[in-house]
Design a protein around this ligand. Structure first.
Ligand SMILES: Cc1cc2nc3c(=O)[nH]c(=O)nc-3n(C[C@H](O)[C@H](O)[C@H](O)COP(=O)(O)OP(=O)(O)OC[C@H]3O[C@@H](n4cnc5c(N)ncnc54)[C@H](O)[C@@H]3O)c2cc1C
Length: 382
């Protein structure tokens, strides 16, 4: 067992850091507070080979491992937290499911522009009555000549207002077995965006309505019986959220550490107060433990999908401590941490969201508990 990055991984990290510092650092604060999707960053990342890191070379990707993608997203986040969202969208989200299960035609139509940073895919799972209980989703796919008619709606879709295509979870038939997924162009007839809203993080979301939208058969990614495969792919998305939780917490911790070494109160540097030293020691322990859980889940996946249990353990812990560490960093910076002079308050707000998004901490713990007791605990009322 070796807890260090390989020389190749270290070299890759150095190259990504150099790119982030020269291209992303300058506007990091403004970018974090902008409503727009950073398309300019996406195009730069495409040129730099930071989109499709785990996508096969034959499909236009880099052919790397999940660890490579984790190194990229965390390194970018350490310089520009908001730009890490572009790494997420270009490597960890629905794009990974498309690359794994999509047909040659689907990849030609959608994957190529995504890898070029010219398109954006979002995942539409959650519905007004199906959040944690996602298998209760109602959006229906009914047969039509040459394909399917889609009716229903999705909420909380990250990048919903900016996306060009949606990977929508739909119901082809009853039960969990009836769930699959289709690709829907956001400009397709019958797709309607509702009122814009925003999360506490500032990210915008919008309710997406499907009113009898026609989806040709060749735009079905996974048909009936595809739900398990879909969730296996979704574990990659979870690793992306996990990576950013740790990275943004570390960003806030670094800011606070620097602050504590130069801010004086009562004639002493903040770092000389034991009450604050212990906060930093706790933050450091949590960050190190979280990073190791993340590396275990990502490292064991290699170029495939990560284990559901290792992902759940990593995500639950990293989301929890990500928020705790960022919040504690804000506390030791006092009023300055709470203000928009730095991105510490932004990191707190973003980390809070990942405790809910992509499988809340409670839902992940339900899954972990099933492993503990080696049996399933159906949550549905009998
Ligand atoms: C920042 C952010 C980004 C998101 N991005 C997307 C996206 O891109 N696409 C998408 O489809 N969705 C997205 N979501 C939605 C997200 O997946 C849901 O919010 C999440 O699954 C929880 O569903 P809910 O909000 O309906 O809460 P509910 O399911 O109503 O849960 C409310 C609370 O009850 C707890 N709870 C529920 N059931 C149980 C149980 N059985 N045991 C213990 N506790 C339970 C939950 O953990 C939660 O704390 C995003 C959400 C956020 C916050």
């Amino acid at each position: 067992m070796d807890f260090n990055l390989t020389p190749e991984q270290t070299g890759f990290e150095t190259a990504v850091r150099r790119f982030a510092q020269s291209e992303l650092a300058r506007d990091a604060v403004a970018r974090a507070h902008s409503d727009d999707y950073p398309w300019d960053v996406a195009r730069k990342m495409a040129r730099q080979g930071l989109l499709g890191i785990t996508v096969a070379e034959a499909d236009g990707g880099v052919g790397g491992s999940l660890m490579d993608a984790v190194i990229a997203i965390q390194t970018v986040a350490s310089v520009c937290p908001r730009s890490a969202d572009v790494v997420q969208a270009g490597n960890f989200g629905a794009i990974r499911v498309l690359a794994e299960y999509g047909s040659a035609l689907q990849k030609e139509k959608y994957l190529r522009p995504l890898l070029a940073g010219e398109a954006l895919i979002c995942v539409g799972m959650t519905e007004p009555d199906a959040g944690s209980a996602v298998t209760e989703l109602k959006t229906s796919a009914t047969p039509a000549p040459g394909g399917w008619r889609i009716n229903g709606s999705k909420i909380f879709t990250t990048h919903g207002p900016h996306a060009t295509v949606i990977l929508a979870y739909v119901r082809f038939g009853p039960g969990t077995h009836g769930i699959g997924s289709v690709l829907i162009d956001t400009r397709a007839e019958g797709v309607r965006l509702g009122k814009r809203s925003a999360f506490m993080s500032g990210e915008e979301w919008v309710e997406i309505f499907f009113d009898n939208v026609f989806v040709p058969q060749d735009m079905v990614v996974l048909g009936e019986g595809g739900f398990k495969k879909q969730i296996a792919g979704f574990n990659v998305e979870r690793i992306g959220n996990t990576s950013r939780s740790v990275a943004l917490a570390r960003y806030a911790y670094e800011e606070a550490r620097q602050w504590a070494m130069q801010r004086r109160q009562f004639g002493r540097l903040l770092c000389e107060f034991q009450g604050l030293q212990w906060k930093f020691a706790d933050m450091r322990i949590k960050l190190d433990a979280a990073q190791l859980l993340l590396y275990r889940a990502a490292g064991n996946a290699d170029t495939g999908f990560p284990s559901a249990t290792e992902t759940a353990i990593a995500k639950a812990y990293c989301n929890q401590i990500g928020f705790e560490v960022a919040n504690e960093a804000l506390q030791v910076m006092g009023g300055m941490g709470y203000s928009r002079e730095s991105l510490v308050e932004y990191c707190v707000r973003r980390c809070r969201g990942w405790m809910i998004a992509g499988g809340s901490i409670e839902i992940l713990k339900n899954r972990i508990a099933e492993g503990v007791f080696e049996r399933s605990f159906p949550q549905r009322a009998p």
